[in-house]
Design a protein around this ligand. Structure first.
Ligand code: ADP
Length: 319
């Protein structure tokens, strides 16, 4: 093997930069030529390739976002788009492609694998909604960002004796809400995986008020409903002074935590090793802290369920 490429695709996640750095530096360390594909699969279709050097990934280990840019590319979901991407890789003499992204990006990588390009995926999404791995790159940083926001909201909620609804990211998975809700001491945590009744949320609030609580925080994952609507409901049914904060894209940015930097560095370098070992159509992951390669099909056929013990604990500790 002489030449490999790396791209970042789908929603960005803090830690993609240290991941790219690891691929480039480990690749060069092993005597490989490393190419960066800019703008994800969209750049692949345009042949938007840049040579990566040791210096090109200098000073990014601590930065959020991705220096290769990322994109969503509907065209790559068509057989014609995939063929074009395949041809650009072949024409450039690229034998293996490392893809940082989520489930959608891995489906694209699987197509290329089936066409004969070696592909390795690296799980990178703030949502932590990829199965068969301990953790996805970006999740730890996103949870940290949410906790910092909740702590600040708690200060002002206490001063004004208010109830706050904090809406966090997570369309189909409530992992961010769950971790941040427990760590942030929320009274209620609402996630898409667990049905809930707003009457129960009200009852919890009223129990808290009855024992003298001056403020309350409700954390809701966007996939579990609208924070604004929940806020409206609580206001109308309790008369409490309720405010809503939708954290939005602030959760996607920021310097990656040490956990994310270490994970991204390990997985990036490991992805290079897998390419050199001839592996393909697999996700580089850690399971119980150990590096391993999981076939994409296995990943697609598995679901990371919410940790119900954490959900129950958040419930118990917020009585
Ligand atoms: P994520 O990787 O974060 O889940 P998306 O679902 O938006 O993000 O996917 C990112 C990109 O991966 C898409 O814009 C598309 O180019 C490619 N992709 C997604 N699903 C498929 C698929 N089924 N086949 C081929 N490519 C896909």
């Amino acid at each position: 093997m002489k030449k490999i490429a790396v791209l970042t695709s789908g929603g960005d996640a803090p830690g993609m930069n240290p991941g790219i750095r690891a691929v480039v530096r480990a690749g060069i360390y092993h005597g490989l030529e490393v190419v960066g594909v800019r703008h994800g699969y969209a750049g692949l279709l345009r042949g938007d390739f840049i040579p990566m050097t040791l210096e090109s990934v200098g000073d990014i280990v601590q930065r959020g976002g991705t220096c290769l840019y990322t994109a969503r590319c509907p065209e790559f979901m068509t057989p014609e788009g995939q063929q074009l991407g395949f041809e650009h890789l072949r024409q450039s003499g690229i034998e293996a492609l490392i893809v940082f992204g989520g489930d959608g990006s891995f489906h694209g990588a699987l197509r290329l694998h089936e066409m004969g390009i070696q592909t390795i995926g690296v799980p990178s999404t703030i949502d932590n909604d990829i199965a068969c791995c301990d953790l996805t790159i970006g999740f730890d940083t996103a949870v940290q960002t949410v906790i910092e926001a909740i702590d600040k909201i708690r200060d002002t909620a206490t001063s004004h004796e208010r109830t706050y609804v904090v809406e966090v990211m997570g369309r189909s998975a409530g992992h961010i809400a769950l971790q941040a809700g427990l760590a942030g001491g929320a009274e209620s945590v609402l996630i898409p995986e667990v049905p809930y009744q707003l009457e129960d949320v009200i009852k919890r609030l009223e129990r808290g008020i009855a024992r003298g609580k001056k403020h309350s925080i409700i954390v809701i994952a966007e996939g579990a409903g609208s924070g604004v609507e929940v806020g409206q409901y609580v206001r109308e049914h309790t008369g409490l002074d309720v405010r809503v904060t939708v954290l939005g894209h602030v959760q996607r940015g920021g310097a990656p935590t040490a956990t994310d930097r270490v994970l991204a560095s390990r997985l990036g370098a490991y992805a290079v090793n897998l390419c050199m070992a001839g592996e393909s159509g697999k996700m580089a992951a850690t399971q119980n802290g150990e590096l391993c390669a999981v076939p994409f099909e296995t990943v697609f056929n598995s679901v990371r369920a919410p940790e119900m013990s954490v959900y129950q604990l958040a419930d118990i500790l917020s009585i």
